[in-house]
Design a protein around this ligand. Structure first.
Ligand code: NAD
Length: 373
């Protein structure tokens, strides 16, 4: 779990375009780490995106403006995408792979890291193959579809001597960093209640997210994982038990394999309770905390922003950042300096979340409180 301190907040505070215009409104505990207009002429971390779907588009845009990373390679099963992306991002043919010849990347010194952005059930295979090829790896959330898969991925990366990160972009986002600080440093006293929910009305969209063999579950694994994360990083504690309830299925054809919605309660050692819902049929995006001496909240809180936040003392006001750029720059800088990634974004953190997701499903299925200790 990420423990926030003034130092980590300052270190991780990514500064995006337009930051200077709002500097005056930044709270005093934030010192900007670098001059945003300062250029970097050093070596960049060469990243290959594996899976060129919707989120890979966001990552590619982040990489275009990244200071420490560049998009150097692609892995795709669709030849036309290899051509289009190759042309658009000037990726030489020797750095374009498909799922069959991917292991050849072991011979490619121009790729330092593989970023796995495939359907969830494919994460394990491609993380392990990337590690065996000697590449560092970032894998998207959820890290994998089972905790035992996460353990295998961690072991494979350790054996290969490469580092493994989970794409937890909100660990570098100023509004969420502020929620961590307010909660963990008990700025408004002990937090008693956290409410955090994320849901989208997915309409008629039918894709792999509704197929259990590829997704591993419904909105809980896709969206609810952010709420589990937010509860944990706001409180700086690990949950000790969970209760959960599936919501009704309103469309039996669409939701034949995965849940449509689910609500759960996490109990923490301090006595704090976190209540969350996630759904593919209703829109919600918020993180709220009630403490002994006040409240603090974000809404929107988890999506790509812009975020809005307020506390019982007034509005929050932070710069809007490019989340993907900020995340990759933070990871890229650490890897370029041959340092270890902080534990709050590594595979160990991804494993903790997947274990909690499994316990939430068990609690919803059995109707019983499930212990997490
Ligand atoms: P997507 O469906 O848009 O893209 C998936 C890619 O995988 C496509 O290029 C598709 O061609 C490829 N693919 C290969 N084999 C496939 C198969 N058997 N079935 C379906 N697609 C296959 O999905 P996405 O939204 O980009 O999600 C990819 C990953 O990124 C997921 O793990 C998701 O949870 C994660 N994600 C993270 C964020 C975030 O904010 N961090 C946002 C969206 C998605």
């Amino acid at each position: 779990m990420r423990k926030i301190s003034r130092r980590t907040f300052i270190h991780n505070f990514g500064v995006g375009v337009g930051a200077t215009s709002v500097m005056a409104s930044l709270p005093s505990f934030i010192a900007l780490p670098e001059n945003p207009s300062e250029t970097y002429d050093g070596v960049k971390l060469n990243i290959a995106l594996c899976g060129l779907g919707r989120y890979a588009d966001y990552l590619a845009k982040g990489l275009e403006v990244s200071k420490y990373c560049r998009l150097a390679g692609i892995v795709t099963g669709t030849p036309s995408k290899a051509l289009d992306w190759g042309k658009k991002y000037s990726i030489p043919e020797k750095n374009r792979y498909n799922y069959q010849n991917f292991d050849e990347i072991i011979h490619n010194k121009d790729i330092d890291l593989v970023y796995v952005v495939l359907p969830n059930a494919m994460h394990k295979e491609f993380v392990i193959r990337a590690a065996k090829a000697g590449k560092h790896v970032i894998v998207e959330k959820p890290m994998a579809v089972t905790a035992s898969d996460c353990e295998e991925m961690i072991a494979a990366c350790e054996k290969a001597g490469v580092q493994l990160a989970v794409g937890y972009r909100l660990h570098f986002e100023p509004y969420n960093l502020e929620m961590m600080r307010l909660g963990q440093e008990k700025v408004f006293g002990q937090v008693r209640l956290v409410e955090t929910s994320l849901g989208y009305n997915t309409g008629d969209t039918i894709d792999w997210h509704l197929k259990r063999s590829l997704s591993g579950g419904g909105p809980l694994v896709n969206l609810g994982i952010y709420c589990v994360q937010a509860s944990r990083y706001l409180l700086g504690e690990e949950p000790i038990s969970v209760t959960a309830q599936f919501g009704p299925i309103t469309n039996k054809v669409k939701f034949a394999e995965v849940e449509e919605s689910i609500t759960w309660q996490l109990n923490f050692p301090s006595g704090a309770v976190s209540n969350s819902s996630t759904s593919y049929s209703c829109g919600v995006d918020r993180l709220f905390a009630s403490a002994d001496e006040g409240f603090f909240e974000l809404s929107p809180a988890i999506s790509y922003g812009p975020f809005r936040g307020r506390t019982s003392n007034g509005e929050m006001n932070f710069p809007e950042i490019n989340q993907q750029q900020t995340q990759m720059d933070a990871i890229g800088k650490i890897l370029l300096e041959n340092k270890k990634l902080p534990s709050h974004i590594t595979g160990a953190e991804g494993l903790k979340d997947v274990k909690i997701l499994e316990a939430i499903y068990e609690a919803a299925k059995t109707g019983k409180k499930v212990s997490l200790v």
